[in-house]
Design a protein around this ligand. Sequence first.
Ligand code: SAH
Length: 241
Amino acid sequence: MHTFFLPAEAWHEPYQVTGTEARHLVSVLRIKRGDTVRLIDGLGREGIFTVCETGKRHASLTPETIVIHKRPPGITLAIGYGRGLRRGWLLEKAVELEAAGVWFWQADRSQGNVPEESKETWLSQMLAGAKQTGNPWLPGLATLPGGVDELIMKRDGFDKRFVLWEGAAQGAILSLEDLTPAANVLFALGPEGGFSEREITRLTQADFTPVSLGNRILRWETAAMLCLGLAWWARQQETMP
Ligand code: SAH
């Protein structure tokens, strides 16, 4: 069954999918009257709908079932902002691997300035992951132009906080115990250029535990995805029979 995005504010009668989602539904996938589709709003709502009428730019739908999924605890990645080469890819993987949040913060070694707020394109990149897996929850997106100090100000509300430090040779290696599925965990990652000494000092003083992912230095998107993958796998261990 195909999945489409319907923004939270549009979840009322008459249910209509419009814009690019409608074009994809009607023209690309040629879904017709009588077919059933899944709609998600990115905030935990998921519904099964029957298409009752289609036009060039819209599709009208009748709800069959609507459920609201509680937001599960999960991993929030705070990634030092950098060139966008792989950002869209990481955002899509973040949805597939059920990240609770993805933040981009202005690091000392960031290339370019993080935008004041998250970009429209980031939402569409996350939707690609949501449509692929049917995940009804999109990660919370945030941009932190205030640097490591703003990141530290946002550290409350997490059960654990780690700084993934490529220089944490003396630090412990990240362990599966650190990724307990029922916990909200915040991971701070540096930008492509890595953390500055100042940032590492500030983060460790603010109760972020430095952990290593191993003795090779990975690209930021590899370290980010590895974190999400380990946490996802730990959760599957808990839920799979
Ligand atoms: N330019 C830096 C590497 C930065 S990699 C250098 O060459 O030293 C980008 C980020 O990925 C790092 O800041 C860190 O957060 C994470 N990372 C990469 N490899 C890691 C590892 N082995 N252990 C922990 N974090 C790692």
